[in-house]
Ligand binder design. Structure first.
Ligand SMILES: Nc1nc2c(ncn2[C@@H]2O[C@H](COP(=O)(O)OP(=O)(O)OP(=O)(O)O)[C@@H](O)[C@H]2O)c(=O)[nH]1
Ligand SMILES: [Mg+2]
Length: 238
């Protein structure tokens, strides 16, 4: 018997130094496919992704986005493509090696008892490596804030390392997602929880990026601060 098939979606913006390593890590797992969603990176990440797609022909695909840039926008496009395909599990992972591809099987396995699995820094045995105290505090505060406002129960609502059952992702109203940036993670988690998804968490060790630069902008931060409130005041339409 063969296990479930999985598609990993990795959004990229200026990740040329990291993408080959993370892609190789993902490719080590049999029956896992990779979709790179590149936002027309000025550093040529898209060309590197194309080269990887040639190298791992049939297992890696690249979506070259044009138009409005953003992590949330990229994931919406990636989710649509994934749902048009046939993978049983659809995973999300950052390109910057903060998420170790070796931990992917643990996330996938946990979908046996959950509809959406979060790779979590804030459950027992979860960890963060190389974050200064200020960044740790900010992330802890953000999670407390989100949990308080939205009443989400997950310990790590802002982790970008996730694995969805395809059927659960298919319940999301993708055309109603408003996030451009990182608040996409909270918005989709909230939508899934409201639709009755069983949310599971498995511990991960998150390692701060060594190469490349962060893309956190003020606009994207402001969006993240407002999103929890927006979610709770917006009347549910279905
Ligand atoms: N397609 C796309 N990907 C993005 C965009 N912004 C960020 N990403 C990717 O999303 C993932 C997470 O972004 P990061 O910049 O690492 O965000 P972060 O982890 O909060 O910040 P760091 O401290 O720099 O790691 C990475 O794979 C980025 O390349 C974007 O606008 N479009
Ligand atoms: Mg990062």
């Amino acid at each position: 018997m063969t296990g479930p098939t999985a598609l990993v979606i990795i959004p990229t913006y200026n990740e040329r130094a990291n993408l080959p390593t993370v892609a190789e890590g993902v490719m080590r797992h049999a029956s896992v496919l990779l979709l790179v969603v590149d936002d027309h990176s000025p550093d040529g990440t898209g060309d590197i992704a194309d080269e990887l797609a040639r190298q791992y022909s049939g297992r890696i695909e690249v979506m070259h986005r044009t138009g409005r840039r953003g992590l949330g926008r990229s994931y919406v496009d990636g989710f649509r493509a994934a749902l048009a395909g046939s993978a049983d599990l659809i995973c999300q992972m950052d390109a910057d090696l903060s998420h170790d591809p070796a931990q992917l099987p643990a996330l996938m396995a946990a979908t046996a008892a959950a509809d959406l699995v979060i790779g979590s820094r804030y459950v027992a045995n979860g960890a963060v490596v190389n974050w200064p105290l200020r960044r740790r505090r900010l992330s802890r505060f953000a999670n407390q804030y989100i949990r308080t406002v939205t009443r989400l129960r997950a310990r790590d609502c802002t982790s970008g390392y996730r694995c969805w059952r395809r059927a659960t992702m298919a319940t999301l109203p993708l055309d109603r997602i408003s996030s451009d940036g990182y608040s996409f993670l909270v918005e989709t988690l909230y939508m899934a929880a409201r639709r009755g998804a069983r949310i599971g968490e498995v511990p991960i060790t998150f390692v701060e990026r060594r190469l490349g630069e962060s893309k956190l902008s003020r606009a994207v931060l402001a969006e993240s601060v407002l999103m929890p409130w927006r979610l709770v005041v917006t009347p549910r339409r279905d």
